[in-house]
Design a protein around this ligand. Sequence first.
Ligand SMILES: [Cu+2]
Length: 239
Amino acid sequence: MTTRTLSRISIATLAVAAFALAGCSDSTKDSVDDAASAVTSAAAEAGDDAKDAAKDAGDKVKEGAEDAKDAAKDAGDKVKEGAEDARDAAEGTLTAETVHLHDGFVKAMPAGAGMTAIFGMLENHTDHEINLTGFTTSLGKSDYEIHEVVDGKMQEKKGGITIKAGGKHVLEPGADHLMILNYDGAVEAGSTVDVTLEFSDGSKVVVKDVPVRAIAAGEEEYGSDSAHGDHDMHHDNDK
Ligand SMILES: [Cu+2]
């Protein structure tokens, strides 16, 4: 309610009082009625003013709500951008350019054998440590585990394989290898398999066309260092 409205009511009220004080018996009732109607109309105007004020306030609230909505939308956009950045980070930075599987191969396996493995030399061409935490292959439905051999028995290698900046890691029979388990079909020599290496930073590096080959029984023993001595010269699987 505005000051203007209050003063209108005050004037009307004073008028009522003035007529009452006049005390003229004939005219007093009419005067009081007039004054009363003045008070009523003043009150009605006050009501209108209040309504206008309420409407103004409503508009302000509506504007405020729109501002808040815009702010919320901006904030939402920021959150979305943040989430996208986080996802980019989660997708990692490793690529087929920076991580290599040199001389990689999948050991051939007849149908029904159920398990085989992937060997080769992993190389980290980045300036930071990387951690291979898993892998899949184009063979599809199967179990994939990173294995190590401890006391002649293979087991899942907890924490995967960590390779220092610029470092290498041998995958070979009798040592660490990428194990394919519970695979129904045959993995035939002469075919190829795409291997997707998964790293702790979320990177997925696809090594295309890793050859499948049979290896002689003798090669399944722990390989000598010389067997991998020339890996630096080979870049068969660099794509
Ligand atoms: Cu194994």
